[in-house]
Write a protein that binds this ligand. Sequence first.
Ligand code: HSE
Length: 432
Amino acid sequence: MTESTIKVALLGAGTVGSQVARILTEDRDELAQRIGGTPELIGIAVRSVDTPRDYKAADALYTTDAESLIDRADVVIELTGGLEPAKTRILHALAAVKHVVSGNKALIAAHGAELMTAARQSGAQFSFEAAVAGAIPILRPLRDSLAGDHITRVLGIMNGTTNFMLDAMDARGADFDEVLAEAQRLGYAEADPTADVEGHDAAAKAAIVASLAFHSEFHIDDVHCTGISDITADDVTAAANDGYVIKLLSVCERDGEGVNIRVNPALIPRSHPLASVHDAYNAVFVESRDAGELMFYGPGAGGAPTASAVMGDFVSLARRSVLGGPGVPDYSYLGLAATSLSNVVSRYTVGLEVRDQLGVLAKIANVFAEHGVSIETMHQAKHREREDTAGDHATIRIVTHKTSNEDLRSTIAELTSLPTVYNVTSVIQVEG
Ligand code: HSE
């Protein structure tokens, strides 16, 4: 890198890439002041030069030849997404001591350690703040601001689409299909909403957060993941009646000698700070030995907000490079293992549809007791669809005291086998 000019190759010109191109172009002089060297956008690698873009840079900048663009750059900003060719291109850039900024959560959740190692070996810097929770500064605080502390737990709402959906269900009593259609209409959810709704997007982010928070190497496969597609309007209403709200939570916490990482719908008390995260916003709640409780809140997606995180990484690494000095150090020296769900201790709410006859309630309570699961509250109601009939259905909603996931699972398995239990309608964790 020369002292006066920092040549930037931008890979990708989608929603975020277009905004990064805009900022690099329009704010060039101010960025130069902040960095101590002038950033020069030397090219934008795209699949098709003719695609309409949110921001149109000079025509001559667009190219389909990413490899030669990388070879001419000092810094590569990778915003293409997906595993390949992004991984090969980043490894190629790092090996040639070109600093890299990436927002590619899927790639970093799958191969983050390998990319970090490649950066360390070559002396290039590699930053990826935009990969988790859009504009929210969370990775740098974990790697840098909290580097002298001991993080014990990270609890977050890391997917805006599902938060929008659950928030709408909570606010209006709307059902799942209605809010999913609304999320798709507003452009939050894709036509195929699987990655958001089934928790895969949040799981990738949780793996990255856990790696940084606990100085170890975790991948998306280490995350126990359950999405929100089974959450019904009845679950949301029942939670509200008990003073809770359902959120899709990402939880990363120390578990003995390892770390438990999970994404699942959970009830949280309305008084918890995460309960007040509405619409498509994200928030990450960090608990640490010395700092105590910290919450980071903001837009978790969108072109300009995510570009803000990309630009923060860019300015930071460009400034460090101009001034000299090492990048942020490696994160996996502790080498902790990911742990299973069995020992996770939590409260749960269990919804049951049962035969309404003498002794059924006692039998159900007994199953919980036999498995060592203590009941905190129990509500029984007539089954809604059958109120006007003589019907023999009742719905029961049980909230347990703290219990291990293993005991809860064996309880559910036995309940499911009872002829008087027609259906286990929901099993949701209660957090906080
Ligand atoms: N689809 C994600 C969300 C945004 O809904 O939060 C990108 O990670």
